[in-house]
Design a protein around this ligand. Structure first.
Ligand code: FRU
Length: 453
C-alpha cells in the first residue's frame, strides 16, 4: 500500500509515511543525534516493525535516513521490535528484539538481536545474542523484549522486559564483555508488576533512575488513568546482586499521550512516544499515525524525575499580562512566569468554538481536550478520560514558570519539572491563544521554533 503524507507536525518526529510507535536506539554518534523508532511505513496501522531512522544537529530539526532495520531474517522474521544503541569500538551497535510469530500465542518467540554499523546509516545484522536458553525457567519466551544496553565498570549491561509464565511483568538484568555473549544476572525487582506486562525498561546510571512501562495497569487512586503507564523509579542497580534499590517512584507524564520513554545513551535527555495504544488516531487521514515527544532534558531533583523541554527557538514576543492576553500561535514555545498565582485560564488553538483548555483547580493543573477538535476515544472508562481531562500537580512556589510547547497536533505542558503531553487535532483556523490570569505579576513570552529548510 502506498501512503502519501499530506500534513505533519513541524518539529516532532513522525514517520516519513505510515505508523510509528516507541523511540528506539537514541544516541549521539559521529557528531549527530540519531533517533530510531518503531515503524510500519506501508500503513497507518501497526504492522511488521521496521526501525525508522532520523538524525539531527540540534534535537529540533530532523532528517530522514533509510530504514535502519527491516524484518524478514530468521531472527526477526515478523518484526524488529524496540531496543537501544551503544557505541563500541567506534561502531554503532543496535540491540533489539526479533519477533518470530510462529502460530501466535505461546508459540511466539521474542529474542534479543544485534546489528552493527560503521557509518551510522547501514546496519549489518549479527542475529540472536540473547535467546530463549538464557531465560531462566518460569519466564515466558513469548513476552521477552526491549533490551536497553549501557556500559559501566568494564561490562556491558542490559535490562530486558519479560513476563512470568504464571505471572506478570518483570525486568531482567544481563551482562556481557563484548555485546555478543551474555550472562543472566538477576530479576531486578523479583516481584510481579501490577500491570499485565512490562515494556521498554530504560536505565540511567549517572542520574540513578529506571523507567518502565506497564500494560493494563490498574489506576491507583486516579494517579494514572491511561490504560498503559510510563513510570520512573529513582534508585540504583546494585551490580553485585543484580537488584534495583528503589528510593521513590512516580509517573513520567500526566497527559493522555506519552509511552515508552527512552533516555538518549550517555546524555540526560529523554524522548517518548507522543501517543497511546488503544486509541483512534485522527491523523491517519493525513498519511501518518504516531509522533515522538520533543526531547526533554532530565535531572533528578527532590527525589523525583524532573523534565524541561529542549526546543531550538528564538524569542519573539515578551509582554506583561495585566488580566488578559491574546496572541496568535499554532506552533512555538510559550512561557508564562507568574508571581503569587491565584487563578489562570488558558485557551490554546482556539477559533472561538473549538479550543484546548488549561486551568488551575484545587492545586492541580486541569487540562481539557474535549473541545479541541476531532474526537479521540480510548478504552479508558473513568470520568476524566471520558471528559477529555488530565490533571497534574501544580507546585506551590511563589514564582511559577509554565512552559507550553505547541505543534500542529500536540501540546506538551511543563511546570516544576512535571510534564503533561497530549495530542490534539484542532481545525485549521484555530490559531488563537487567550490567557486570563489573576496574580501579583505575570510575564508572557513567546518563542518561535527555528526551523531549517
Ligand atoms: C511498546 C511495545 C514494545 C515492543 C514494541 C512493538 O510500545 O509494545 O514492547 O517492542 O512496542 O512495536
Amino acid at each position: 500500500m502506498t501512503i502519501i503524507k499530506t500534513k505533519q507536525p513541524a518539529f516532532h518526529i513522525t514517520g516519513e509515511t505510515g505508523w510509528i510507535n516507541d523511540p528506539n536506539g537514541l544516541i549521539f554518534y559521529n557528531g549527530q543525534y540519531h533517533a530510531f523508532f518503531q515503524h510500519y511505513p506501508y500503513d497507518t496501522k501497526w504492522g511488521p516493525m521496521h526501525w525508522g531512522h532520523v538524525v539531527s544537529d540540534d534535537l529540533t530539526n530532523w532528517k530522514y535516513l533509510p530504514f535502519a532495520l527491516k524484518p524478514g531474517d530468521e531472527c526477526d522474521k515478523n518484526g524488529c521490535f524496540s531496543g537501544s544503541a551503544i557505541v563500541y569500538n567506534g561502531k554503532l551497535w543496535l540491540m533489539y528484539t526479533g519477533f518470530i510469530e510462529n502460530q501466535g500465542g505461546e508459540s511466539i518467540r521474542q529474542v534479543q538481536c544485534l546489528a552493527e554499523s560503521a557509518d551510522g546509516i547501514t546496519f549489518k545484522k549479527h542475529g540472536i545474542v540473547i535467546g530463549e536458553e538464557l531465560l531462566p525457567s518460569g519466564y515466558a519466551p513469548c513476552d521477552f523484549r526491549d533490551p536497553k544496553v549501557w556500559f559501566f565498570n568494564d561490562f556491558f549491561w542490559c535490562v530486558i522486559a519479560v513476563r512470568k509464565i504464571e505471572g506478570r511483568g518483570r525486568i531482567l538484568l544481563y551482562k556481557s564483555k563484548d555485546l555478543l555473549h551474555w550472562d543472566f544476572v538477576n530479576d531486578l525487582f523479583g516481584e510481579d508488576s501490577k500491570g499485565t506486562m512490562i515494556e521498554c525498561p530504560d536505565y540511567n546510571e549517572e542520574l540513578g533512575y529506571l523507567l518502565s512501562c506497564e500494560q493494563f495497569q490498574p489506576s491507583e487512586n486516579g494517579i494514572h488513568l491511561n490504560v498503559h503507564t510510563s513510570r520512573w523509579h529513582i534508585g540504583k542497580i546494585d551490580y553485585s546482586t543484580g537488584k534495583f534499590n528503589e528510593v521513590n517512584r512516580g509517573i513520567v507524564d500526566y497527559g493522555f499521550d506519552m509511552y515508552a520513554p527512552q533516555t538518549v545513551a550517555g546524555k540526560n535527555v529523554l524522548i517518548g512516544w507522543l501517543n497511546m495504544w488503544d486509541r483512534n488516531v485522527p491523523s491517519e487521514k493525513y498519511g501518518f499515525a504516531g509522533m515522538l515527544t520533543i526531547p526533554r532534558s532530565v535531572s533528578v531533583k527532590d527525589g523525583r524525575l524532573y523534565q524541561e523541554p529542549i526546543v531550538n527557538c528564538e524569542k519573539a514576543v515578551k509582554a506583561e499580562v495585566k488580566d488578559r492576553l491574546c496572541d496568535r500561535l499554532t506552533k512555538g514555545v510559550i512561557t508564562v512566569k507568574v508571581t503569587n498565582l491565584k487563578d489562570i485560564n488558558i485557551k490554546m488553538r482556539s477559533n472561538g468554538v473549538n479550543y484546548t483548555y488549561l486551568t488551575l483547580k484545587d492545586g492541580e493543573w486541569v487540562f481539557d481536550r474535549s473541545n479541541s477538535g476531532e474526537a479521540i476515544t480510548g478504552v479508558e472508562k473513568d470520568l476524566d478520560s471520558l471528559n477529555g481531562i488530565r490533571r497534574m500537580p501544580c507546585s506551590n512556589n511563589r514564582e511559577i514558570t509554565l512552559t507550553i510547547v505547541m505543534d500542529e497536533f500536540s501540546v506538551e505542558i511543563f511546570e516544576d519539572g512535571r510534564a503533561l503531553s497530549s495530542t490534539i487535532y484542532p481545525p485549521a483556523d484555530a490559531d488563537r491563544l487567550e490567557i486570563a490570569v489573576k496574580a501579583d505579576s505575570c510575564i508572557y513570552e513567546r518563542a518561535n521554533v527555528i526551523l531549517k529548510a
